[in-house]
Design a protein around this ligand. Structure first.
Ligand SMILES: *Cc1c(COP(=O)(O)O)cnc(C)c1O
Length: 231
């Protein structure tokens, strides 16, 4: 099936959940993204800064670029002028750097805080306690050029569907807890970025607002699992 058919099919499948599709186009050539674009897809996710910046330069300007991979602080500056949403903010130091670059670009950058929900050491993210400590800190209060619009999480890479479900349910619970306990203009829990090719249905059932789907649309990639790829 063509990319066009697949992406249309996935958007159709997601309709009943009210979940947005972020088309994860990492490693794929511009032509593949353009095929998706022609069906009306505007949200694309990449996990490497250089690749994201290059594609943003070469492709239509009305694409919304989502940074979904582990982000190194020294690379924030390359995407700060235009990035739509950074899903992978996994430390206070990274948030501080994003704020600094947002200020330089005279804009506010929307961020999701990545939460560690999996049973895997290779994954990044805040623990629940670290999240609350950060969101209630003076340090966070000073970051006026970022907005935290939700959370992102990756479930364990396992065949155990119940484990995946409980990890996503846990992320949803943390999001609800922040929504009810943190009263701050810089924080809103509108988005829950969870679910990829193998687990998006469970994620949708557990309240995802954005799924990040790559291989089901663009075909398999020739490089390893997302959690050990560096930005
Ligand atoms: C690659 C990647 C995805 C998409 O994975 P697929 O299994 O190809 O759908 C989702 N999220 C992140 C963070 C990724 O790096």
């Amino acid at each position: 099936m063509s990319i066009k058919n697949k992406i249309t099919e996935y958007r159709e499948k997601l309709r009943k959940y009210d979940t947005r599709l972020i088309a994860v186009s990492k490693t794929k050539p511009n032509e593949d993204l353009l095929q998706a674009y022609e069906t009306g897809q505007r949200d694309f996710g990449e996990n490497k800064v250089q690749e994201l910046a290059r594609k943003a330069e070469e492709l239509p300007k009305d694409i919304n670029w989502h940074m979904i991979g582990h982000l190194q602080r020294n690379k924030v500056k390359y995407i700060a002028p235009f990035v739509q949403l950074i899903h992978s903010v996994d430390s206070p130091r990274l948030a501080t750097e994003i704020n600094k670059q947002a200020l330089k670009n005279n804009r506010s950058i929307a961020c999701l805080l990545q939460v560690y929900i999996a049973d895997e050491e290779t994954k990044f993210g805040f623990s629940e306690d670290e999240l609350f400590d950060f969101l209630t800190s003076d340090e966070f209060g000073n970051l006026k050029n970022i907005k935290v619009t939700g959370l992102m999480g990756m479930a364990t890479n396992t065949d155990n569907r119940e484990q995946i479900r409980s990890e996503f349910a846990n992320l949803k619970r943390i999001s609800d807890r922040i929504a009810s306990q943190i009263n701050n203009d810089q924080v809103s829990m509108e988005e829950l970025s969870m679910g990829m090719t193998s687990d998006y249905v469970i994620a949708c059932e557990e309240g995802s607002t954005m799924v990040r789907i790559g291989s089901a649309i663009f075909g398999s990639r020739n490089y390893p699992t997302p959690q050990n790829t560096q930005a």
